[in-house]
Design a protein. Sequence first.
Length: 337
Amino acid sequence: MKKKRISITDIAQALQVTPSTVSRALNGGGKVSEKKRQEIISLAKKLGYRPNPIAKSLLENRTNTIGLILPEFTHHFYSRVLAGIESVTSQAGYQLLICTSNENQNQEIKSTLTLLDARVDGILATISKMNDKFEHIQEVMDSGTPLVLVDRFSEEIETPYVISDDFKGAFSAVDYLCQIGCKNILHIKGPDNLSTTFNRFMGYKEALRKHEIEVKEELVLESSDPKLVEKIRFCLGDLHADGAFTYSDYLAFEIYKLAAELKITIPEELSVIGYADEPISTYINPTLSTVNQQPFEMGAMSANYLLNKINDSASPLEASRVDTKLILRESCRKMDG
């Protein structure tokens, strides 16, 4: 049988005082003698009284909850983003309501509406890669609910965001490949409509331009291409790619498999750099060079931006690009000297 929750009214009846007197005593309000306050607090502890968070939130017009929408949890990157967010929100006394979109726009829309219905105090979101419309995001903003985007953003949405500096991250990776003598550098892009895909591709092109190397269309592949495996095989075998930079560490692993099939050695004949510094990068052989995006720092910064907005709706729009770090491992040749 379900145990009855002790209410302020129960305490008031037991002590023959009004519920408002109990409420003031428990919440540090005035007009209650110290003796009566201690008597009320003591009985509340004895009976196991716990404040009703729903009633409290209605009174204060706050729920002390923050909604979080992430594409998934399987990638180490997003688990580190979550850890960074939680390190800030828990310390500030907020609970997280977490939803996943599974990179599906309809699921993202449902999650957004669910969080609004739950009257969260603010929302942190990584928009899904299948996103092509943002009415649900606009609905969040129109409702007055503070919103901060994490990892991905759209110029159509005027709201604070925290992303990694993908342009610099990609540039540093491809610049290194050029410096060790790579001339035919394969690039596998990410999903079409993501800011991260565009910025990493721009970094790739700028590094080639710096070293006066022509961008060859046949060496730039789309990760969504159903013939991707065949095209990677063609780039490695027929076009003799000597370097590769990929949108993710998982795409780099596809290159590893085909290089092994074609008996192309890494890093002697082919230097490879991935992106995101997923655990797979240290498990595969040879260990994979990659770009670390500092996801924990990204999560913590986005949570701080949201709390600023919750506490002061007039606070200015904040936007940051977190520095990336090139992590060199065994998949790249060493620089001469």
